[in-house]
Design a protein around this ligand. Structure first.
Ligand code: AMP
Ligand code: ZN
Length: 209
């Protein structure tokens, strides 16, 4: 199945995509992770993307679309994938429609105040990308999977979080109607705990097979 995870920053797209991808044995395609790798590798794309990401703005459509096209052409995508954080604009969604057949779009629906709490308490593993929240960490400061010291993403700092939410409402929220009109939208209430949300997503996916 070719699946899109839609939702605001902090909705749990990354967390849920990791769980569901492991369940279904398909790759997670996160444009945010790919852009952060490009920044770490200091590629030309990475350096360009960084200027937008640091300000909480979207990276230009043509840059992100090119990255996704290349990724979807790889062998491991042939039996399905989850797009996590792409598309984020109507133009991206339109171009995606030209190169892929999407089966379902899962919209993770979360209240803005919950988002701000989740984003500002979020910590990530710079090695494997696994997300954590300070409320769940206690004294632990390292990744459970690989022992790397966890970090706070630059764009999770309070001043950038609000611009990211604004950008979401302006540019990405219109995709809810876009996919509803195509009959592909499944809304999941995502204020709940992570395992409850993944159960609901799995049920929804089984019902749309
Ligand atoms: P994420 O990890 O999905 O929250 O993405 C982090 C940042 O990467 C976003 O705030 C954007 O600056 C950039 N980014 C990720 N995916 C996209 C996309 N599909 N279109 C434009 N910018 C993106
Ligand atoms: Zn890790």
């Amino acid at each position: 199945m070719n699946i899109i995870f839609l939702g605001p920053p902090g909705a749990g797209k990354g967390t849920q995509a990791q769980i569901i991808c492991a369940n279904l044995g398909i790759p997670q395609i996160s444009t945010g992770d790919m852009l952060r790798s490009a920044i770490a590798a200091k590629t030309e794309t990475g350096m360009l993307a960084k200027t937008f990401m640091d300000g909480g703005q979207l990276v230009p459509d043509e840059v992100v679309i090119a990255i996704v096209k290349e990724r979807l052409a790889m062998d491991d995508c042939q039996k399905g994938y989850i797009l996590d954080g792409f598309p984020r604009t109507v133009q991206q969604a339109t171009e995606l429609g030209n190169i892929a057949k999407i089966d379902v779009c899962i919209d993770l629906d979360v209240d803005d105040e919950v988002l701000v709490k989740r984003l500002s308490g979020r910590r990530v593993c710079p090695t494997c990308g696994a997300p954590y929240h300070v409320n769940m960490l206690g004294d632990q400061t390292t990744c459970k999977a690989d022992g790397t010291e966890l970090i706070q993403r630059d764009d999770d700092k309070a001043e950038t979080v609000l611009s990211r939410l604004q950008v979401y409402h302006q540019k990405t929220a219109p995709l809810i109607d876009f996919y509803a009109e195509l009959g592909l939208l499944k809304k999941i209430e995502a204020n709940a705990a992570p395992d409850e949300i993944s159960d609901n997503i799995m049920k929804t996916l089984e019902a749309s097979r």
